[in-house]
Design a protein around this ligand. Structure first.
Ligand code: PMP
Length: 417
């Protein structure tokens, strides 16, 4: 039996998968990573354009972040936040300095789902309302509550059915989106809205962007009805969109709450919620505790990630290389009938594949899988997503170069052709 097959069987035996392993025809057995590169157990190198789902922000095993982690490992791993230790408040101050007023109060968590769960709790306590509105195509987490916020049917379980998660449109004109939102208010959540959740660019949904002014208009409607506005920056934060540090800044809005995870720790499990002192005051009436949130090791890693983004000019690189990648992909879109759309910002990019440009029907899953496996066999890992699984998702470690883009473009061109 081959080494690959043995690893596969061992994984299946001890860790039955609720999530399909990507590249199921011939799985990749990852062994090691450095910056934008991954190596499999046989020493084969891959250009990683998916970053563990937009998570490895500054690079796999980035030397500066690794050094910070090593230093903290020898000092202190854990105490819980019932004690005062410098790494916690120092990190919170540093993270808060990246937000505009009045977003200055930070809560540290361990994942995106936990951040969004906490946001739901705070929104309900602050407003006294219960209902939540989310957008079609959104993904906000895998916990019992956040599954209810996630509109992708594949993630729905009966446990989430009591939760009001409402779909409002997908890739339409602003007026249509807003009309649907008003309809939702009228029919589903009259005067009971606690929060409106939106990703500044939908990630799992396939780099879906809203029309200009959509979030601005939506926020106004939500606030008029007593709800608060939450930006889920789990994928779009930390400079990934290139032009701004946070995705919401590209929409000219200031949310009442921002949730984050993934890129915050460059792969180290961590998350955060930032909100206003006013909302925090409502929350402070009760107790809230988690054992690991803001542990010294996580804070040291995340602090080093923020320093590295500044020192390596990571956000600028995301803008520069992302713009180049989008330009090159647009050339392929014009060349091939099955590339229907290229969209996104910075290094949060979606390539929507279609049967033909006129119908815009999704490219069938078998054809998607064929290109996906082919690109991997030529040494590049990308992601797949959107409602019908028809969009390739490109969200690499933000240290990739133009030369990496050229390599990928040659591979992708060959595969699509
Ligand atoms: N929000 C968004 C936008 C996400 O993409 C994800 C994860 N894909 C989550 C929340 C949930 O994060 P986690 O998997 O860390 O719980």
């Amino acid at each position: 039996m081959s080494k690959d097959r043995m690893i596969e069987i061992r994984r299946q035996n001890c860790n039955p998968m609720t999530m399909k392993v990507t590249y199921y025809k011939k799985p990749v057995f990852i062994h090691q990573g450095y910056m934008q590169w991954l190596w499999d157990v046989d020493g084969r190198r891959y250009l990683d354009l998916f970053a563990g789902v937009a998570t490895v922000s500054v690079g796999h095993c980035h030397p500066k972040v690794t050094a910070a982690a090593e230093q903290q490992l020898k000092k202190l791993w854990h105490t819980t936040s019932i004690y005062v230790y410098p790494t916690l408040h120092e990190y919170c101050e540093k993270l808060a300095s990246h937000f505009p007023d009045p977003l200055k109060v930070i809560y540290l968590t361990n994942s995106g789902s936990e951040s969004n769960d906490l946001a739901i709790l705070m929104a309900r306590l602050h407003t006294g309302n219960n209902d939540i509105i989310t957008l079609r195509g959104s993904y906000h987490g895998g916990s019992p509550q956040t599954i209810g916020l996630t509109s992708n049917a594949a993630y729905k379980y009966p446990v989430a059915s009591g939760f009001d998660s409402t779909n409002v449109g997908h890739c339409m004109a602003n007026e249509q989106y807003i009309a649907q939102l008003k309809e939702t208010f009228a029919t589903s959540v009259p005067n009971r809205i606690a929060a409106f959740f939106g990703e500044p660019i939908q990630g799992v949904g396939g780099a879906v962007q809203y029309p200009k002014n959509y979030l601005k208009d939506a926020y106004k409607l939500v606030r008029e009805r007593g709800g608060i506005c939450v930006a889920d920056e789990v994928q779009t934060g930390f400079g990934r969109t290139g032009s701004h540090f946070w995705g919401f800044q590209g929409h000219d809005v200031i949310p009442d709450m921002v949730t984050m995870a993934k890129g915050i720790g460059n792969g180290f499990p961590m998350g955060a919620v930032v909100t206003t002192p006013e909302i925090a005051a409502s929350f402070a009436k009760g107790l809230h505790f988690n054992t690991f949130g803001g542990n010294p090791l996580a804070c040291a890693v995340a602090s080093s990630v923020l320093d590295t983004i500044r020192e390596d000019d990571t956000q600028q690189n995301s803008l520069r290389v992302g713009t180049y990648l989008m330009t090159e992909l647009a050339k392929l879109r014009d060349k091939y009938e099955i590339i229907g759309d290229v969209r996104g910002k910075g290094l949060q990019i979606g390539v929507e594949m279609v049967r033909d440009k006129a119908s815009r029907d999704p490219l069938p899953p078998e054809a998607m899988a064929e290109i996906f496996e082919d690109v991997k066999d030529m040494g590049v890992l990308i992601g797949k997503g959107a409602i019908y699984g028809q969009t390739f998702r490109i969200k690499p470690p933000m240290c990739i170069t133009k030369e990496d883009v050229d390599f990928f473009m040659a591979v992708f061109d060959k595969s699509v052709r």
